[in-house]
Ligand binder design. Structure first.
Ligand code: WTA
Length: 650
């Protein structure tokens, strides 16, 4: 049951607020009635080398084109670092908390400036130029953000690949954006386990050479664990050695507002991952403004977003948003359950964290270990709690609110996507009364709408597909190298509207409740996984003839990956093959795509025209056998009976 009780804004949020209810209503109304005027005013939160006179030039139909602040010039790194130096050289930008609880360090804005300048000079010295794509495959250490900012400083375009992706996945991404410069570390450490980052990069380069006939020019390696790893001379360069050779000063390259800032790959419902392209001015403005309003951030507060920089949450809410606002943030290398499941709250006390932002999957994982792991830590510094990545179930919301936040802290359940650049539907502290499980209301400039399958806009309380009617500055501009795919994916379902791929309900108070993906994307631990991607990995195995992958409910992950596989005729399926397939998917995509369950299927349920009926497969995976819906179009109904019989035995 959904709890629709309105939770009033806690006093702590009211005392603090940047934007109360009336101000939110007024600003929101202005932002949608007069976007030009609204963004003309708000662009001034950034420092521009050339102040834009053009504001919004966007088109969702005809030729889809999205341009903001088109004649402006700025540099994202300058806005995140240099502009704070005069007043805040000694303010702490990052508090680093290692995987090992005894490892902590602080980096001031002054330190950050010299690290980033040196890093940028290393890139320049090694031939990186404005517009080049630089791939990062890094642990969660401060150097990851130095590397991103160094790219931004010299106008190179970073493409960060999460450390949980495999060599195959890295090779595909290197090829897609024609990137020939990689920044990595010898190893990562998470939960006391090492991750062989450099070895994975070496293998990716091999695959790139063999399968894609492409070469990588340089690999810049940071010694993090000091493991001994093989180096290729002429190609591999060592950060610590290079540091000795460069200056701590490097000018910021002026960039046009619409010059690319970064590419970030994300899974879609079809084909290989898409390179989501964000540009400089609009993205930075969006990350900066949403960070300040959503977290009601005031200078001097300690803010902690537990995401990894390999995901958009890390880009917008560890690097670009907080730094542009001169915030002090925790960068955390570890995992929620090491050394024990009280680690989050131990770190909250240790660094006196005021604002804490994490994913529902992490909340569920620590919740199941018991309240004592929370209550043994004070948490008195906490003022605001946030979530992102997937719908939060009311049970987890209530636990977060009552146990972690002692009913004192407002919760911001922020709905957004890699494509949107930053938060879109979210409560604002002090402005929005809460309902557990609802992302509540749109932020400035966002016009959500719900549509039915026929494309009719639904009014009032309704359920439908969530679209956004007009552009906002943080919107992705294109799929890197494939504008047609961008148009097809987001603007072809409903003409003239951005289609999010999410289903959603709006209640009688105008609150939005995201119900999850309506396409073939599943959300595993808050990470997007395309079912097509996992299927194509499975069928690439020489014993597998066909595969269909669906999501199914998982207590901790939200959704798990359920794979139905049909073996070649001469293969006897058994447990050994199941574990081989799991290993195979880990190699093809990465550990984050490991199937949670594999069911051997003699055949897959198909329509007479040969289309796999995933709806039925989802029901069987959920063990919801009584509710299979219309099965009259099945080519061979006995296949479904077989699948049910096998599933029932489990
Ligand atoms: C889901 C993560 C419900 C949604 C920032 C979206 C959410 C996808 C929420 C994007 C939320 C994200 N409530 N669902 N608060 N936040 N989602 O690109 O399905 O990794 O489309 O971006 O996550 O995932 P992505």
């Amino acid at each position: 049951m959904t709890d629709t009780t309105l939770y009033p804004v806690p006093q702590s949020a009211l005392d603090h607020t940047l934007c109360d209810h009336d101000r939110y209503m007024k600003m929101y109304a202005q932002s949608v009635e007069d976007p030009e005027g609204f963004w003309r005013d708000h662009k001034d939160r950034l420092d521009w080398f050339k102040v834009p006179t053009k504001i919004k030039d966007t088109n969702f139909s005809g030729p889809v084109s999205i341009r903001w602040f088109d004649d402006g010039q700025l540099n994202a790194c300058y806005n995140c670092v240099d502009r704070h130096l005069e007043t805040d050289r000694d303010t702490v930008a990052f508090i680093f908390e290692g995987d090992d609880p005894s490892v902590t360090s602080t980096i001031t804005y002054g330190d950050l400036h010299s690290h980033v300048c040196r890093f940028a000079n290393i890139l320049l010295k090694n031939g990186v130029k404005k517009g080049d794509r630089v791939t990062l495959y890094m642990p969660m250490i401060p150097e990851a953000s130095y590397a991103m900012l160094a790219c931004a400083r010299i106008g190179a375009v970073h493409s960060v690949i999460f450390g949980g992706f495999s060599s195959e996945a890295i090779a595909g991404r290197l090829d897609d954006c024609q990137s020939d410069f990689i920044i990595t570390a010898d190893e990562g450490i998470r939960g006391a386990k090492t991750i062989p980052l450099k070895a994975n990069v070496d293998k990716a380069i091999q695959i790139l050479k063999e399968s894609y006939k492409q070469e990588v020019k340089k690999v810049l390696m940071i010694a993090h664990t000091n493991a001994s790893v093989p180096l290729t001379s002429g190609r591999d360069i060592l950060y610590h050695e290079e540091l000795e050779t460069v200056d701590a000063d490097c000018p910021c390259t002026p960039m046009n507002a619409e010059d690319p800032l970064f590419i970030l790959y994300t899974s879609g419902s079809t084909g290989k991952p898409k390179g989501v392209l964000h540009t400089t001015g609009g993205y930075l403005l969006w990350a900066s403004l949403t960070h300040e309003y959503v977290f009601d951030y005031k200078k001097g507060e300690i803010y902690w977003c537990t995401a990894d920089v390999g995901w958009i949450t890390g880009h917008s809410y560890i690097v670009y948003g907080p730094l542009s606002n001169c915030a002090t943030s925790v960068i955390f290398e570890g995992v929620p359950n090491y050394p024990d499941s009280g680690r989050f709250w131990e770190v909250v006390d240790k660094h006196q964290v005021n604002i804490f932002y994490t994913a529902p999957t992490a909340i569920r994982a620590v919740m199941k270990e018991g309240d004592h792991l929370v209550t043994q830590h004070s948490r008195a510094s906490l003022r605001l709690l946030g979530t992102v990545g997937e719908p939060i179930n009311p049970e987890a919301w209530n636990w977060y609110y009552s146990v972690v936040g002692d009913k004192r802290c407002q919760i911001v359940d922020t709905w957004w996507q890699t494509e949107t650049g930053g938060a879109m539907i979210t409560p604002l502290p002090g402005a929005t009364a809460l309902k557990p499980g609802s992302a509540t209301r749109p932020i400035f400039g966002i016009k959500p709408a719900l549509l039915d399958a026929e494309g009719t806009i639904l009014e009032g309380a309704a359920s439908g597909n969530l679209v956004i009617l007009d552009s906002w500055p943080g919107q992705m501009r294109t799929v890197y190298g494939d504008h047609e795919r961008f148009v097809q994916t987001y603007f072809s379902t409903y003409d003239g509207m951005y289609f999010t791929g999410d289903g959603c309900r709006r209640d009688e108070d105008g609150y939005y409740w995201i119900t999850g993906r309506v396409d073939d994307v599943i959300n595993v631990s808050g990470h997007r996984m395309g079912t097509a991607e996992v299927e194509s990995a499975l069928v690439a195995h020489h014993h597998i003839a066909e595969a269909a992958v669906v999501g199914f409910p998982h207590d901790i992950k939200g959704q798990g990956i359920y794979a139905y596989v049909t073996c070649n005729a001469d293969i006897e399926p058994d447990e050994t093959l199941k574990s081989e397939l799991t290993k195979w998917v880990r190699t093809e995509i990465g550990p984050i795509a490991s199937p949670d369950a594999i069911q051997f299927a003699p055949g897959l349920p198909k329509t007479r025209s040969g289309k796999i009926m995933r709806r039925i497969l989802r029901k069987i995976a959920e063990k919801d056998f009584s509710n299979l819906g219309d099965t009259s179009t099945l080519a061979d109904p006995s296949i479904v009976e077989d699948l049910i019989a096998t599933r029932q035995k489990e």
